[in-house]
Write a protein that binds this ligand. Sequence first.
Ligand SMILES: O=P(O)(O)OC[C@H]1O[C@@](CO)(OP(=O)(O)O)[C@@H](O)[C@@H]1O
Length: 457
Amino acid sequence: MASKMNFTPRIACVMVGLPARGKTYISQKVCRYFTWLGIAAKVFNVGNCRRELYGAQQDNTFFDSNNVSGKKQRMEAASMTLQQMLNWYDQEDGVVGIYDATNSTLERRSWLYNTLTPKGIQVFFIESICDDESLVSANIRDVKLSSPDYKLMDPALAVSDFQARIGQYTNQYQTIVEQDYSYIKLINVGSQVIVNMVKGYLESRIVYYLMNLHIKGRKIYMSRHGESMYNLEGKLGGDSDLSPSGRLYAEMLPGIIKEKLGGKELVVWTSTLKRTIQTSEHLPYLKQHRKALDELDAGVCDGLTYEQVEEQYPEDFARRDDDKYNYRYHGGESYRDVVHRLEPVIMDLERQGDILIIGHQAVIRCIYGYFMNYNQEDLPYIKIPLHTLIELTPKAYYCEEKFYKADVPAVDTHRAKPTEPRPIHTQAAPGSSGEVPLLPTPSLFPSSPSIDTFSPS
Ligand SMILES: O=P(O)(O)OC[C@H]1O[C@@](CO)(OP(=O)(O)O)[C@@H](O)[C@@H]1O
């Protein structure tokens, strides 16, 4: 196939490592990070292709390097996956492809390198090495046993079968020694990191991101500030104080957190605006006030209500409804801008243990959207109600979520996505205001978060 001229740097992250070394976890994290930043990224998993071609339940001789037909079939799965990745770069303007397989021999890596490099695709190897048996066993238990390969097998048998498979790969495993390749080696989940020949912006972002990842269990709490005086009046932005109801929520918050977290330590981040700082007032933890967490800047619309924006800036109002993620307020920001300003916050967040972020409607949407894998179109409409604590627990491939709703009344500041496109006028059509009904869309509130309610004591 003729490859079209493409001047965007394209990169292939090629995973390397024995089975159960967290390669798929790393692949998915890298993919989610770039997707969130608006860079086209996709994971290509050779195991899925193998299952498609030859079915799920192979016995372990299939993975033996001396098994000629098994070796040939595994190579076919690898080629087919590579072809899918190449098609994606060309046909869907892919930028960061992640090739998820063991790629554990010099031969396999050189095949990948020599196929990708002439096509202008930079190859970056990510090797995960783990000799901590307890981490490997935990990975087998938590992840591999739910794989389609072992769906029908008794768990104890599945563990020993998987260990035998690891043995097959260990016999032929060659750690990266190719000094002319760009690579990162993560040893025992980042307790040691070796980096070689990193070039270019995308590679250095990946290195920095991977160096921040950890897999220790932790909770990420998020809450919007308590109801503010501006929220009561329906006004956007500003730097108003909490309403009486908002203050009540701030008083309840330490109790709700304590009940969830017990006596454990917690780091609290707020924005630099009064409403988040006041919400954190009674929390007995270390607090940081971060400018990067300030609410989306509404520019010339700051201090107006949605109705006033529609009246005074009808064209802008319609444009925002048309593409809320990309619409940038005059003199202010878009959701896309907020995501980019939050990137260092995400890096830092990946490094943290238990943490509570007290933020704003748009900012919490962006952070929650990163962890829960929302696409750009839906992200600005995620329902983040006031007086609700969100608890995220990162798991191997997803985040578990719970919503705890405080029984303290608050206004609803969520403005649903209009179901019909609004006409974009260059001037306000007389009497047009309010003609297009703002019908509620199906809720984007996560499908089944468990919601507990807390009452003021
Ligand atoms: O992007 P939309 O849905 O307008 O939500 C952002 C708005 O949320 C608000 C409340 O309406 O956040 P906040 O509660 O932090 O004050 C506005 O200040 C902000 O402009």
